[in-house]
Design a protein around this ligand. Structure first.
Ligand SMILES: Cc1ncc(COP(=O)(O)O)c(C=O)c1O
Length: 381
């Protein structure tokens, strides 16, 4: 019980930036607006899409399995969320369904890079541009390691700097754009907040401390922190990112880029061995043809339902950092039933939710952690 790995465990960096980069140039060729959260950034992106098309009853297409914050952002922006099912055994939207759900009221498609695995942006871009729909890339869970890489491929890109994200500041988000016309349609969100730097530093220090496997049981046992829970909370306002976080952003991007990706190699090997020993194991990054040059936030694996639940229980019992992400599809998340009362079934997304398990991927995993994970995911074979 007292040894508990967090599912995502990289610390927040409190040191100033080495290269002196400023937020204006950390996103290379993209212009940016920094907001108080990823949800607020997504809402701002949807508002720009609504303003661009100017329809009466705007609709936004998004995956039926995913983070409820997507729905919060779309509702805040004043649009109707329209769900589509998944491709079988992939963290991708069913392209056929995307195409049939597009209508004259559709203003945007939200494509999510799930745990770092990119959506099929070329196909989605073709569908979007054929119908004057804005393609929004939700990159809350994906961030480029190489600043020069051609990483994002959408009209608007949304980032989150929340807890457990690739670059974390325990809060904050950004919208990136290249087209200045779209940028000019982003809403105003008031003057920059003045988060007292000292309070943020204390929060970060405590957070970094509690990420230790010997201490993580503490926050995990506090129900009001809702760690790992999936719940819907409406967005109530758009606010700017505070000055304390803006100051820490460049150094945290640097720290992310410098961080070695060795855990990924080790975990990939371990999952590959489990996949060989059991035909019901799907190594999602491999199945999606994800290049090794892209980083994963956590290592996603699909099992069959019964095996997923028992492997998860065993890994949790041994404190080995496994998580099941969103346990249900969006229409079943508490608080969203009424929003999606007319929504159809989403059998593929439902199956994905019941079979997904994520394994931890960060520097401080020990050899014993890898051995323990390997034993658990092979135990049921
Ligand atoms: C895919 C995705 N989009 C958007 C968000 C919202 O980001 P934030 O928590 O910064 O509001 C999250 C948060 O977990 C997310 O996972």
């Amino acid at each position: 019980m007292f040894y508990q790995l967090p599912p995502a465990g990289n610390p927040v960096c409190l040191a100033p930036a080495v290269t002196g980069t400023v937020p204006a140039d950390v996103f290379t060729t993209w212009s940016s607006r920094l907001l108080a959260s990823g949800t607020a950034a997504l809402a701002a992106a949807v508002i720009a899409a609504i303003r661009l098309k100017g329809v009466d009853d705007p609709e936004v297409i998004l995956p039926a399995y995913g983070c409820p914050d997507l729905v919060s952002a779309v509702l805040y922006a004043g649009a109707r969320p329209v769900l589509v099912d998944r491709e079988p055994d992939r963290p991708w939207m069913d392209l056929e369904q995307v195409s049939t759900r597009i209508n004259p009221e559709t203003v945007a498609i939200i494509a999510v890079s799930f745990l770092g695995i990119p959506e099929r942006m070329d196909s989605l871009a073709a569908l979007a541009s054929a119908s004057s729909v804005v393609l929004i890339e939700d990159s809350a869970q994906a961030f480029p390691q190489d600043p020069d890489a051609d990483f994002w491929n959408a009209d608007l890109v949304v980032l989150s700097f929340g807890r457990g994200k690739p670059v974390s500041l325990l809060g904050g988000g950004a919208v990136l754009y290249r087209d200045s016309r779209l940028g000019s349609l982003l809403p105003d969100f008031g003057a920059q907040g003045q988060h007292p730097g000292l309070i943020l530093r204390l929060q970060v220090t405590l957070y970094n401390l509690l990420l230790s496997p010997r201490l993580y049981w503490l926050p995990q046992s506090l129900p009001f922190l809702h760690l790992g829970e999936t719940y819907f909370h409406p967005l109530d306002q758009l606010g700017p990112m505070d000055a304390g976080r803006i100051a820490l952003l460049p150094s945290n991007i640097e720290a992310y880029r410098r961080r070695p990706d060795t855990a990924r190699e080790a975990m990939a090997e371990l999952v590959a061995t489990a996949a060989v020993s059991g035909s019901d194991v799907i190594d999602l990054p491999v199945a999606c043809g994800m290049p090794r040059s892209r980083r994963l936030l956590r290592y996603p694996v699909l099992f069959d339902r019964l095996a997923r639940d028992s492997v998860y229980r065993e890994l949790r019992c041994k404190g080995l950092g496994a998580a099941i992400m969103y346990p249900v599809i969006l229409p079943e998340v508490a608080g969203l039933e009424a929003v999606f009362s007319a929504a159809k079934e989403f059998p593929v997304a439902r199956s994905f939710a019941a079979r997904l398990l994520t394994l931890p991927l960060y520097e401080r995993l020990s050899a014993a952690d890898f051995t323990g994970i390997s034993e658990c995911i092979r135990a049921d074979r």
